[in-house]
Design a binder for this molecule. Structure first.
Ligand SMILES: [Zn+2]
Length: 97
C-alpha cells in the first residue's frame, strides 16, 4: 500500500474516533481532528468533504450541531451557515446534504 493511502486511512480512523468522542469529550475530539489535519498537511491530502464541513477552519474545533456550533440556512435556502461556538467563525457550505 502506498504511504498516501495509509495516511488517508489513518485520517478516516481519527475522524471516526472524533465522532465517538464528541460531544462528551470535546477536547479529545479536537485532538483527533488536529492529528488528522496534521497528517493531511504532511501528505498534502485535503480533508474529505464530510470531514472538512465538521471542522472549524478558524480554530480547528470538531463541530457538533446543537453542542458547539449553530447551523441554519441562508436566507435563500441554498447554503448552510455554520457558526462555530468556540471562536464565532461563520462558514457557508452549499446545501446539498
Ligand atoms: Zn472555531
Amino acid at each position: 500500500m502506498r504511504e498516501e493511502e495509509i495516511a488517508r486511512e489513518r485520517m478516516d480512523l481519527l475522524f471516526e474516533e472524533a465522532k465517538e468522542a464528541a460531544p462528551e469529550d470535546q477536547d479529545l475530539a479536537d485532538r483527533y481532528v488536529s492529528l488528522a489535519r496534521r497528517i493531511g498537511m504532511s501528505y498534502n491530502i485535503s480533508l474529505p468533504k464530510e470531514f472538512s464541513r465538521r471542522i472549524c477552519s478558524e480554530c480547528g474545533s470538531f463541530l457538533v450541531p446543537g453542542e458547539n456550533c449553530r447551523v441554519r440556512l441562508d436566507s435563500d435556502g441554498s447554503k448552510k451557515v455554520v457558526t462555530c461556538g468556540s471562536c464565532g467563525n461563520v462558514e457557508r457550505f452549499p446545501y446539498e446534504d
